[in-house]
Design a protein around this ligand. Structure first.
Ligand SMILES: Cc1cc2nc3c(=O)[nH]c(=O)nc-3n(C[C@H](O)[C@H](O)[C@H](O)COP(=O)(O)OP(=O)(O)OC[C@H]3O[C@@H](n4cnc5c(N)ncnc54)[C@H](O)[C@@H]3O)c2cc1C
Length: 319
């Protein structure tokens, strides 16, 4: 028996999410009294470093032609690794790749699955995991009773823990099915911090009055090393690009710190951000619903507060 974790990489590098996934899988293996084995697909360098996060063994299908994610091929390889290593649990992050793998893998392995969990499984003989449901308004406890279980883990559910050391990397020889879909072109979103992975997010809404005023948001975000985000009407009116839209119909995020500036806090917006660890709201309306979800609230004109906040952060950083 083992816990198998898929460690995602991009352009030959592991994402932070890969370390989170291995940490989660290692802790799950400890709960079950077994080993954590990592698998990576593509030519990611330094795969042995996954040992630091708890993998006792790293399997790699080191083939640059597999660097581009393909859900069908990756499903086939991960399922073969799960069977070869007698995995009782298969773990991945709830990223766009992970989301597309969970269902396929559970069908392939005849496994029960829980997508988007945010806590470790129980340690009481059953396998129960928790996830947020109904836009974060409730927490569901899910018991998986099949022999093999597949779970994907929400980003930022736990911090990666590098307490171990590098381990040997073994080549995993899998039957790789023919690619049925190929990516012809990728137009990368500009911006230094990808929104779904960002630990700090500065987000703004219609209170900004127009796109010409976004300089103060960008300046604050750049200073903090944060990603920028926005409410839906802001993206719908093309003040900001659609990939910044967060909420029920946009990206769901879970940063450590979320600034909501000139955003009312409608339920559809909250649905995508209310799992943030700390929420700071700046709004001039004391009745704005967002204040109910805020850890810190500033009831004032954003055009007054945001530049002052930026100045204060500059002074703090230079001190
Ligand atoms: C099916 C459906 C799905 C939806 N999905 C989403 C979604 O995914 N994401 C999303 O964001 N919305 C979504 N919406 C829209 C949502 O209901 C709200 O309409 C939207 O979030 C409001 O955006 P806003 O807060 O930027 O604008 P507004 O509601 O116009 O709020 C602007 C806020 O700025 C404040 N403000 C104004 N001027 C200043 C100032 N100078 N200083 C400080 N504060 C100021 C105001 O007090 C106000 O609270 C959805 C709606 C529906 C029906």
């Amino acid at each position: 028996m083992s816990v198998l974790v898929f460690a995602e990489s991009q352009n030959g590098q592991f994402k932070k999410a890969a370390f989170e996934a291995v940490t989660y899988a290692n802790k799950t293996a400890q709960v079950l009294g077994t080993d954590c084995i990592a698998i990576c697909i593509g030519d990611a360098a330094d795969a042995g470093q996954l040992g630091k996060y708890g993998a006792s063994k790293v399997l790699q299908v080191n083939d640059a032609s597999l660097n581009d994610f393909d859900s069908q091929i990756y499903t086939s390889i991960i399922a073969q690794a799960a069977q070869a290593n007698n995995a009782s649990v298969v773990v991945m992050m709830h990223s766009s790749c992970g989301k597309s793998l969970v269902g396929r893998l559970s069908a392939r392995l005849n496994a029960g699955s829980a997508p988007g969990v945010n806590q470790l499984p129980t340690n009481d003989g059953s396998f129960k995991v928790k996830k947020n449901v109904f836009s974060g308004k409730a927490i569901a406890e899910i018991e998986i009773s099949s022999d093999i279980k597949v779970v994907s883990v929400m980003g930022n559910s736990l911090q990666p823990e590098a307490t171990g050391s590098d381990v040997a990397v073994e080549a995993f020889s899998a039957d790789v099915p023919a690619r049925r879909v190929s990516v012809k072109e990728v137009n990368k979103v500009q911006g230094s911090v990808p929104l779904p992975e960002a630990e700090l997010v500065v987000s703004a809404g219609r209170g900004m009055k127009g796109p010409e005023n976004w300089g103060i948001i960008e300046e604050l975000a750049e200073l903090l090393g944060a990603a920028t985000a926005c409410s839906r009407p802001v993206a719908d009116t093309h003040w900001r690009p659609h990939h910044e839209h967060v909420g029920q119909t946009g990206v769901a995020i879970r940063p450590n710190l979320y600034f909501a500036i000139g955003i009312s806090g409608a339920i559809q917006h909250l649905a995508g951000v209310n799992s943030s660890k700390v929420i700071v709201v700046i709004n001039k309306d004391p009745e704005a619903p967002f204040f109910k979800a805020a850890d810190y609230g500033v009831c004032a004109d954003l055009f007054d507060v945001v530049p002052k906040l930026t100045e204060a952060f500059k002074k703090f950083k230079n001190a």
